[in-house]
Write a protein that binds this ligand. Structure first.
Ligand SMILES: Cc1cc2nc3c(=O)[nH]c(=O)nc-3n(C[C@H](O)[C@H](O)[C@H](O)COP(=O)(O)OP(=O)(O)OC[C@H]3O[C@@H](n4cnc5c(N)ncnc54)[C@H](O)[C@@H]3O)c2cc1C
Ligand SMILES: *[C@@H]1O[C@H](CO)[C@@H](O)[C@H](O)[C@H]1NC(C)=O
Ligand SMILES: *[C@@H]1O[C@H](CO)[C@@H](O)[C@H](O)[C@H]1NC(C)=O
Ligand SMILES: *[C@@H]1O[C@H](CO)[C@@H](O)[C@H](O)[C@H]1NC(C)=O
Ligand SMILES: *[C@@H]1O[C@H](CO)[C@@H](O)[C@H](O)[C@H]1NC(C)=O
Ligand SMILES: *[C@@H]1O[C@H](CO)[C@@H](O)[C@H](O)[C@H]1NC(C)=O
Ligand SMILES: *[C@@H]1O[C@H](CO)[C@@H](O)[C@H](O)[C@H]1NC(C)=O
Length: 531
């Protein structure tokens, strides 16, 4: 061996030995962050729970599986992604209270995670020394079919909520998101919409009470927290104000029979153009979502050329005969026939919209084990119909970019009549539809991420003339750190994203009373002082 090579060889083994010794010692050394936090939890503990069993440090063998169980975007699951110093998994509201007090006393930043669906991972990533408050064990659901209410804890998923509702009633439902793995805590505190939005509005339009833990560690309900905080946690994002422990929901009536369809069209510019006008005022029982995607052109399957395909997906709260007569009057060009329609119960439509096979058991809604992709999402609101010329350019742009897709979600219906200040969620009357920009990929390399994020940003920029302006609105639950990043906890930038997410309601989201020391903060939280 040459001297240099043998020296490197020696260095390599020397390092291995050092690594071995240090991992050996650290595994047994008393980690002061962990032991102080544990002692604090014990001091705070009002229950008989052995709090050692709800606190995980990096040395704990379960730390990794608990961390990754609710990571739904692989962009935030690299070995280099900042990891929490501790994870705490409360079983009771008093554990949540202790977690808040101990994080504050130990000077650790608390990040709250329920379903972990945040598109930018801000519920489980941070640049500083942080603790994850993982709510997944606080997930009780109690449905009262007589009172037509449900008590649901923040760690429950929407799938679990829908499952418990159909267990108790065939004529009750709840208007929330279509993806069953989404967590109640983030979803509802950020607004929450699904395919009953035109009939029943948002999830936050149906909340009658809540339990939260505030920055002082107090467990409060609607009466004791006061109406300002209760208003803020219905669309203002829970993580700026308090930990949401549970919501009490008022359920909505659903008919015994609903109808769905899914039809695909090419060369669909005229149909999309017409759809914009139809959905504003058509029967509130109808919701129609469009997927615009570049796919292999069926006319040139061998040539590898792409064409933009538009998928029309509908939920109608009624039978297929009524739906067909509604469509014949309002949208005959779409050419939907009874043969395209499927009649089913509302609960079965939940499975249909979540892409489960017909006849899958409702128990699939209870599954919590999903595989994740790398992804990036963005949002926009459209207030003026896009012209046919504009739509043609858009269809071509999607083919040119050859990757990102768009989802158009119809508004109108009751969204046009609920006053803007009812909840922090401001995008109501005056909006024809919301756009979600979407790209997902499987290649873990940085190049794939840069390419996909670049494409979606280009598409977003292309859409500028067609969407809301001054400010350009965005949906909080479609978290996008491209708008107004705030990593210094100073608030000039805070206003940029705050105005986009909340428009005029931003001024009503007052934090200084409930959290004057800005304990509840994240990359896009509401600032204490607005400039
Ligand atoms: C596959 C998929 C489908 C989706 N479909 C829809 C849809 O149909 N409709 C729709 O409106 N949205 C949809 N979304 C967006 C979704 O509503 C948001 O990502 C939502 O914030 C997720 O909530 P979570 O609890 O799962 O997320 P988390 O990542 O746990 O939390 C999101 C944010 O809320 C905060 N938070 C979480 N729990 C609490 C709590 N208990 N108290 C206070 N703050 C809390 C977090 O700190 C973070 O800031 C979808 C997202 C995905 C990934
Ligand atoms: C726990 O309580 C004891 C006794 O009151 C106190 O001395 C100690 O500082 C507390 N420790 C922590 C970490 O809160
Ligand atoms: C609490 O749990 C830990 C870890 O499981 C265990 O080592 C400890 O003995 C338990 N303490 C009590 C008082 O039961
Ligand atoms: C809210 O909390 C107060 C004080 O603990 C209690 O008296 C009241 O009954 C609670 N309200 C509800 C609806 O539970
Ligand atoms: C789209 O329209 C063009 C021009 O009318 C036609 O040639 C083509 O076959 C259509 N494509 C599809 C997939 O319908
Ligand atoms: C989750 O699914 C993966 C892949 O299908 C499987 O390997 C794993 O064992 C499952 N985990 C649990 C807890 O069911
Ligand atoms: C953070 O904000 C403070 C106060 O405005 C400012 O002085 C400081 O330069 C900022 N730091 C960074 C890294 O932006």
């Amino acid at each position: 061996m040459k001297p240099l090579a043998s020296f490197l060889f020696f260095l390599f083994f020397f390092n291995l030995i050092i690594v071995f010794i240090s991992s050996f010692t650290s595994a047994y050394a008393d980690d002061p962050v962990y032991s102080n936090f544990l002692q604090c939890l014990k001091n705070q503990s009002k229950s008989s729970t052995n709090v050692s069993n709800i606190l995980y440090s990096r040395e704990n063998t379960q730390y990794n599986s608990i961390l990754t169980a609710y990571i739904r975007n692989l962009r935030f699951s690299y070995p280099t992604t900042p990891k929490p110093v501790l994870i705490i998994t409360p079983l009771t509201p008093s554990h949540v209270s202790a977690a808040v007090i101990c994080s504050r006393d130990q000077g650790l930043h608390l990040k709250i995670r329920s379903g972990g669906h945040d598109y930018e991972g801000i519920s489980y990533v941070s640049d500083d020394a942080f603790v994850i408050l993982d709510m997944s064990n606080l997930r009780a659901i109690r449905v009262d079919p007589v009172a037509e209410t449900a008590y649901v804890e923040a760690g429950a998923t929407l799938g679990e909520l829908y499952y418990r509702i159909q267990e108790k009633s065939a004529v009750l439902g709840f208007p929330a998101g279509v993806c069953p793995s989404v967590g109640v805590g983030g979803h509802i505190s950020g607004g929450g919409y699904g395919n009953m939005i035109r009939k029943h509005g948002l999830s936050v339009d149906h909340i009658t009470d809540a339990v939260v833990v505030d920055a002082q560690g107090r467990v409060l309900n609607r009466t004791t927290m006061g109406e300002d905080l209760f208003w803020a946690i219905r669309g203002g994002g829970g993580a700026s104000f308090a930990v949401v422990v549970s919501y009490t929901l008022s359920l909505v009536p659903v008919p015994k029979k609903v109808t769905v369809f899914n039809v695909k069209r090419f060369n669909a510019t005229d149909l999309v153009y017409k759809w914009q006008f139809v959905m504003k005022d058509v029967d509130h029982n109808l919701f129609m979502r469009l997927l615009l995607q570049p796919v292999t052109n069926p006319d040139q399957p061998k040539g590898g050329k792409l064409a933009t395909r538009v998928t029309f997906i509908a939920l109608f709260l009624g039978d297929s005969d009524t739906l067909i007569s509604v469509l014949n009057a309002a949208f005959p060009e779409l050419g939907v026939t009874k043969a395209d329609c499927l009649e089913m119960t509302w609960a079965q439509s939940v499975l249909y919209w979540a892409n489960f096979n017909q006849g899958a058991p409702f128990e699939v809604l209870l599954n919590r084990n999903y595989t994740a992709d790398y992804l990036k999402r963005k949002s926009d609101y459209v207030q003026e119909p896009i012209s046919k010329v504009g739509l043609t350019l858009l269809m071509n742009k999607l083919v040119q970019l050859a990757k990102p897709g768009l989802v158009f979600n119809s508004y109108g219906g009751v969204m046009s009549t609920i006053p803007t200040a009812t909840t922090p969620f401001p995008h109501r009357a005056g909006n024809l539809f919301k756009i979600q920009y979407s790209t997902s990929w499987k290649d873990p390399g940085q190049e794939a991420a840069d390419k996909n994020i670049g494409l979606i940003r280009e598409l977003h920029s292309f859409m500028t003339p067609y969407v809301s302006k001054n400010p350009r609105g965005a949906y909080l639950n479609y978290r996008d750190l491209d708008i107004g990043v705030n990593r210094n906890w100073t608030y000039v930038e805070g206003e940029v994203h705050g105005r986009k997410y909340f428009l005029g309601n931003f001024d009503k989201l007052v934090k200084s009373v409930v959290d004057p020391h800005n304990f509840f903060r994240n990359e896009q939280s509401i600032p204490v002082l607005k400039s």
